[in-house]
Design a protein around this ligand. Structure first.
Ligand SMILES: NC(=O)C1=CN([C@@H]2O[C@H](COP(=O)(O)OP(=O)(O)OC[C@H]3O[C@@H](n4cnc5c(N)ncnc54)[C@H](O)[C@@H]3O)[C@@H](O)[C@H]2O)C=CC1
Ligand SMILES: O=C(O)C1=N[C@H](C(=O)O)C[C@H](O)C1
Length: 232
């Protein structure tokens, strides 16, 4: 499979290693939005920056190249990407987190929220910890987790960063050098605390998941999620 890496930073480089080990060719690796022909690739993987992701994805969809995006912080334009994909009969996957472990954690989070919804004495909060080079806060993963709680728990209807109020699920974002990504969901009452936590030990899980998604999307048409890829 001929892969274009749109964004050749920490994640682009981790994906390159895994893709080569799985027998793929990297035909484009770029940290710019021009100077290459996307049609040289069978599939594109975008791990760039919030301001660039939508243009990169649009360029792929306008040239009929299936595209995987892991870039976070651009989701105000997600519905436009979905519409463009549908209009062009293209193929597109966005995931806030491509690791298998986190996608299992997403499911666990929803089950726990369902179990806790009637237990009014427990208050929920989400904490995410990432390296100091991260551009966005809260993390895309923390937003997906918050949406998973809100969908399943009657006490919460929205989330806010660093703010706790009635019906609002608070998210705290910490930045500590070299942390690849940790997410903790806490249910706390006067009596006890229940916590679930996912801690990434490296970027390998994110990168492997992105390559698996790229392998999976070839030949398909539509807008998909990692739940489709992993059959969860
Ligand atoms: N969904 C997931 O599983 C994961 C998502 N991420 C997200 O992926 C993104 C990238 O993360 P990192 O690789 O750690 O960041 P990074 O800062 O190391 O790499 C981003 C690269 O994109 C480049 N870039 C800037 N403008 C560009 C453009 N127009 N086209 C292509 N590339 C451009 C930058 O120069 C940089 O080299 C972030 O949004 C991060 O939150 C990170 C890890 C896992
Ligand atoms: O920027 C990162 O590094 C990460 N970003 C993603 C996010 O915002 O959730 C996924 C992962 O936690 C690492």
């Amino acid at each position: 499979m001929k892969i274009a890496l749109l964004g050749y930073g920490r994640m682009g480089q981790a994906i390159e290693q895994i893709a080569i080990n799985r027998g793929h060719d990297i035909v484009i690796k770029t940290s710019q939005d021009n100077g290459y022909n996307i049609k040289d690739a069978d599939v594109a993987i975008d791990f760039s920056i919030p301001n660039a992701a939508f243009n990169n994805i649009s360029n792929c969809l306008n040239n009929n190249i299936p595209v995987i995006s892991g870039t976070t912080g651009w989701l105000d334009k997600y519905n436009d990407a979905v519409s463009l994909c549908e209009k062009n009969k293209g193929a597109f996957i966005y995931a806030s987190n491509f690791s298998l472990g986190v996608n299992i954690f997403f499911e666990l989070n929803e089950i726990l929220a369902k179990m806790m919804t009637k237990l009014e004495d427990y208050k929920v909060d989400i904490e995410e910890i990432h390296h100091t080079k991260k551009l966005d806060a809260p993390s895309g993963t923390a937003i997906t987790l918050a949406e998973g709680v809100i969908k399943n728990h009657s006490q919460y209807s929205n989330w806010k960063l660093d703010e706790s109020a009635e019906n609002t699920l608070p998210i705290t974002a910490k930045r500590i050098p070299d942390v690849p990504g940790t997410h903790i969901i806490t249910y706390k009452s006067d009596i006890d605390t229940i916590k679930i936590e996912h801690e990434a030990h490296s970027r390998q899980g994110f990168a492997l998941g992105a390559v698996i998604a790229a392998e999976w999307i070839i030949g398909k048409t539509g807008v998909f999620t990692m739940k489709d890829v992993l059959s969860l």
